[in-house]
Design a protein around this ligand. Structure first.
Ligand SMILES: [Zn+2]
Length: 280
């Protein structure tokens, strides 16, 4: 039950008079009893004194250094992503001209482009196009693939007619899942004009972006499972043939897709290809 306690403060200042202050204290919720909570990690005062006497800190210099270095790496990663995003949109016409070729070429289709599309809104926050997983202490980041971005842009929701006659594509959106209202920004591949788009389906933007990214996560995981199956088969074959199974395990037989292609290389290759075709 909520109780209100009335406190009176009489201030005996002869010139300014007497002040009355009413303070309401809500004590319907008792002060939490931290020590009995099963997940309590708060330190008691006695433990604090013991730890201080032993010269131990909750966060050591080494931990702080690691955090600082990670922040530096994150800042560098952010600058790199901004540069890549600018490069992608500066070459949007080239990329869209080669849409089918990119989708059909795994080393182009599988380029991570999580920086190329930004979405978010009220209640849902920032919609990230990259997910970071910790699998037995090994960090794996799976971003939105270029082929998925091109497929997202193939939906009418992500297309806008530009004044120049070309079709612009949406690169950022925000809105509210409650009202469904949205604001978006599109870029024209031809004249590079930025176009503001109002009140299209916010749920549609989020849904199409999420589906594309979730398919990419599935693609990566299934690829690892398939490659592991091949590795086990190769290992068992070697063991059956009497090859040194004692010092070789299936892990040695696990192979990846080889050197990944990056956006910079793909753009250069596509430009060279167009140049060679034009100069024939
Ligand atoms: Zn245009």
């Amino acid at each position: 039950m909520q109780q209100a306690r009335r406190l009176c403060c009489a201030n005996s200042m002869p010139l300014t008079g007497v002040f009355m202050v009413t303070i309401h204290i809500d004590d319907s919720n008792p002060f939490p009893n931290f020590p009995v909570e099963p997940e309590n990690r708060r330190e008691s005062f006695a433990d604090f004194c013991k730890r201080e006497a032993a010269g131990l800190r909750l966060e050591s210099d080494e931990m702080e250094q690691e955090n600082r270095e990670q922040e530096e790496l994150n800042a560098l990663q952010k600058r790199c992503s901004e540069r890549k995003s600018a490069l992608l949109y500066n070459n949007l016409d080239l990329i869209l001209r080669h849409r089918e070729e990119i989708i059909a070429t795994p080393r182009y289709a599988n380029i991570d482009v999580q920086y190329a599309i930004k979405g978010g809104g009220l209640y849902v926050g920032h919609l990230s196009a990259v997910r970071h997983f910790n699998f037995v202490g090994t960090l794996v980041s799976i971003g939105l693939k270029l082929s998925s971005l091109l497929e997202i842009w193939d939906n009418e929701l992500f297309k806008v007619e530009c004044k120049c006659g070309d079709t612009a594509v949406i690169r950022s959106f925000s809105g509210s899942p409650l009202s469904g209202e949205s604001m978006a920004t599109a870029i024209c591949p031809k004249c590079k004009r930025e176009i503001r788009v109002k009140n299209r389906s916010f749920g549609g933007y989020c849904g199409l972006m999420s589906i594309g990214h979730e398919r990419d996560i599935e693609k990566v995981v299934k690829s690892i499972i398939a490659k592991w199956t091949l590795a086990e088969v190769a290992y068992e074959k070697n063991a059956a043939e009497g090859k040194d199974a004692k010092w070789r395990k299936a892990g040695r037989e696990l192979h990846d897709d080889g050197e990944p292609c990056n956006l910079e290389t793909m753009i250069n290759e596509l430009k060279l290809k167009e140049f060679q075709l034009a100069s024939r």
